[in-house]
Design a protein around this ligand. Structure first.
Ligand code: AMP
Length: 314
């Protein structure tokens, strides 16, 4: 009985009197060490939660850690700037990587360990095995960023294999990515439960993103137009307009009024298949990708004919 209490307290980061201990977070840089650590946790019958990220952590990421902390112990973070999901002309080399600040945030969030693999170990010379989730990976983000989702699916499968988490946490901010990972998990019978968390937004509606850091103060003000366009579609839908062309037009109208915005795509698709729709008669996603200056931002909203987008998302 004494040992049971002690174990439980230790798992919660408390000493035997229930006083909070300062738990040092493990920083794990090799695949073999990460595997070993996770294997020990599984042998101890513990519930492993994994939150994969590319770092430059913000409150959107931290919401995933909060949720994981309520459901799992240990919680592992991964920070890996995955080269295979970036195209040759994309922002891999200038993607923000404030590692010290990230480690502090993870420590404050009581994350148990952070996995920081090197690109050389994740993709050793001669690496040639990739996961391609057919169909859905070639649309929207996949069409604009060829190979992007192949890189995402491959690295997520590798992380799942290395950590073998019971639960893995992803944000709805990347709705198409979520759907692709869900499909991969189902198609390959992976033994992991995916937890999808709502998009965290700034008070004015801009979805938090590591790429928001690239925006100048003027561009930051303009970036609100993405959320406004999504709201316009939802409002139109609630007023009875179900024709997707008309809904997309209302989104484009909002975006065109912002001189700094250049539309990449604006689409409304079935929320399950991500196939285009003629009419919105069931739960669907409005999705967009827009350049504000040189920064490409994406956002989405779950919409349905007789629903409130926020009520659906939460
Ligand atoms: P990233 O570091 O951009 O790869 O994101 C890591 C995870 O955080 C992904 O599952 C994202 O969908 C999620 N995420 C990013 N931004 C947000 C946000 N604003 N709200 C909720 N989740 C987010």
């Amino acid at each position: 009985m004494f040992f049971a209490t002690k174990d439980l307290n230790q798992q919660r980061g408390l000493d035997s009197h229930g006083v909070e201990l300062l738990q040092p977070m493990d920083t794990i840089r090799t695949i073999s060490w990460m595997k070993e650590k996770a294997r020990e946790a599984r042998q101890d019958q513990r519930i492993i939660g994994l939150v994969p990220t590319m770092g430059a952590l913000h409150c959107g990421h931290m919401a995933l850690f909060d949720r994981a902390g309520k459901e799992c112990a240990p919680v592992y973070a991964s920070i890996f700037l995955n080269p295979t999901q970036f195209g040759p002309n994309e922002d891999l080399s200038k993607y923000p990587h404030p590692l010290d600040a990230d480690l502090r945030k993870l420590t404050d969030a009581k994350v148990d360990a952070v996995f920081l693999p090197s690109a050389e170990e994740m993709y050793p010379a001669g690496f040639s095995t990739y996961v391609h989730v057919e169909g859905i990976s070639d649309r929207l983000e996949g069409k604009s960023r060829p190979g992007h989702f192949r890189g995402v699916a491959t690295v997520v499968l590798k992380l799942f294999e290395i950590v073998q988490p019971h639960y893995a946490y992803f944000g709805r901010k990347d709705a198409q990515q979520v759907r692709i990972i869900q499909k991969m998990v189902r198609d390959l019978d992976l033994d992991v439960h995916l937890v999808i968390c709502p998009t965290v937004r700034e008070p004015d509606g801009l979805a938090l993103s590591s790429r928001n850091e690239y925006l100048s103060p003027e561009e930051r003000k303009s970036a609100i137009v993405l959320f406004r366009a999504l709201q316009a579609a939802q409002k139109q839908l609630l007023s009875g307009v179900t024709d997707t062309l008309e809904l997309q037009r209302s989104m484009r109208n909002v975006l065109e009024r912002e001189p700094r915005a250049r539309v990449d795509y604006v689409e409304i698709v079935d929320a399950g298949t991500f196939e285009p729709l003629g009419r919105v008669t069931r739960r669907s996603y409005a999705l967009l990708a827009v350049r504000i200056g040189n920064t490409r931002l994406i956002d989405n909203m779950l919409i349905e004919p007789a629903g409130d987008a926020f009520a659906v998302e939460l």
